[in-house]
Ligand binder design. Sequence first.
Ligand SMILES: [Zn+2]
Length: 67
Amino acid sequence: MALAGRDKADYKREYMRRRRNGPAKPATCSFCDEPGSSDRLLVGDADTIICEACVTLAVARIAEARR
Ligand SMILES: [Zn+2]
């Protein structure tokens, strides 16, 4: 059974596009755009990702606002 709206040609186009563009860009923080590393863990899903440094900054800002 074919998925709604997609046929074999769509999959072939997607395959060729991925071959042309190479592997997907590595994930980066949605806030500072830095990639993840062993010192900078990334947390999130495919749409929104936040890194350890931005979480630390956000926690400090919230703590300051609550003071
Ligand atoms: Zn970040």
